[in-house]
Ligand binder design. Structure first.
Ligand code: IPM
Ligand code: MN
Length: 355
């Protein structure tokens, strides 16, 4: 089988972690006799520099012709002027919208080797395995009114339609059927009208899944509970903004933001894959970034977009073995433990990779 993957490395540590992940992905493909061609394209600040546009048409057409998209990160101090007309983040938001990537899967799993150094007590973390399903193309990120007026007021509006909630709910319930059959829906229905529509719609979809348990939780209380009893959660479905915040907070469970992958999928199975961390401009260019979130994103890409489940599992197992062998980038090292570079971590994963 021959596949093409559009590679949008972006800004900051994006190019470093993407390069490391491609090395692992290429080797996995080779082992499985699959040919994957990785084709670079511009996005974010890098695309503003090269094309004057954070999502140039050439990038969109590259992605349209590809089987999947691998993305690094966007943004940086160079483009962070709040008054600028174009911002790197617009590239990411536009590509999500352009491909209707409404279902953002963010699995939070704890690798046993990292439990002792997570900031939370290890006994709390054993067996943690949460799948966040974040709605990604609507809500307050894409509300109908985003503006500021000269009188010193500004608006964003949180809007959801029944259809938008329904389709992301179905993704969550279907995923729960392959897991522990439990969904927690997180909202703010005690205050926001859009969230009352959210809750009502989730409850209605749940009737089609009598074999899956459903619980509603308010976002403030859930934010605490995901850190105090993380083992109790299986699938968590939530809106765009809450999902953004909660998944960063949940990264504490996994030991580091650098560990977490994500898949953003549309209804046709097309997907974009990226680590959940940002461009980390403070460490960019120094090979200090943890590439595991991106390497695990390539595993998700192989599984969800290329149908190469066996290779995806091989990559995930290789990451686990690399961590078991003690390889640590700076973000997951304890005290004065020796560390490896971005490339060094990829080397250890490559050594541990077999079918
Ligand atoms: C993420 C990021 C993005 C988001 C930013 C960069 C637009 O934080 O993917 O979580 O808020 O969705
Ligand atoms: Mn985020």
């Amino acid at each position: 089988m021959k596949f093409t993957v559009a590679v949008l490395a972006g800004d900051g540590v994006g190019p470093e972690v993407v390069e490391a992940a491609i090395r692992v992905g290429s080797r996995a493909a080779e082992l499985g006799n699959a040919a994957v061609e990785w084709i670079p394209g511009a996005i974010g600040g890098a695309a503003i520099e090269s094309d004057g546009d954070p999502l140039p048409e050439s990038t969109l057409s590259l992605c349209r012709g590809a089987d999947a998209v691998l993305l690094g990160a966007v943004g940086g101090p160079r483009w962070s002027d709040p008054n600028a007309a174009v911002r790197p983040e617009q590239g990411l938001l536009r590509i999500r919208k352009a491909f209707d990537l409404f279902a953002n899967l963010r699995p939070v799993k704890i690798f046993p080797a990292l439990a002792p150094q997570a900031p939370l007590r290890p006994e709390l973390l054993e067996g943690v395995d949460i799948l966040f399903v974040r709605e990604l193309t609507s809500g307050i990120y894409f509300g109908p009114r985003q503006e500021e007026n000269p009188a010193g007021e500004a608006w964003d509006t949180m809007r959801y339609s029944v259809e938008e909630v329904e389709r992301v709910a179905r993704v969550a319930f279907e995923a729960a059927r392959t897991r522990r059959r439990h969904v927690v829906s997180v909202d703010k229905a005690n205050v926001l009208a859009s969230m009352r529509l959210w809750r009502r719609t989730i409850s209605r979809v749940a009737r089609d899944y009598p074999d899956v348990g459903l619980e509603h939780q308010l976002v403030d209380s859930f934010a605490m509970q995901q850190l105090t009893r993380p083992r109790d959660f299986d699938v968590v479905v939530t809106g765009n903004l809450f999902g953004d915040i909660l998944s960063d907070a949940a990264a504490v469970l996994a030991g580091s933001l650098g560990m977490l992958p994500s898949a953003s999928l549309n209804g046709d199975g097309f997907g974009l894959y990226e680590p959940i961390h940002g461009s980390a401009p403070d460490i960019a260019g120094r090979k200090l970034a943890n590439p595991l979130g991106t390497i695990l994103s390539v595993a998700l890409l192989f599984r969800h977009s290329l149908g190469l489940d066996r290779l995806a599992t091989a990559i995930e197992n290789a990451v686990e073995r690399a961590l078991d062998s003690g390889a640590r980038t700076r973000d997951i090292a304890r005290g004065d433990e020796p560390t490896v570079t971005t490339d060094g971590m990829a080397d250890v994963v490559l050594e541990s990779l077999h079918l």
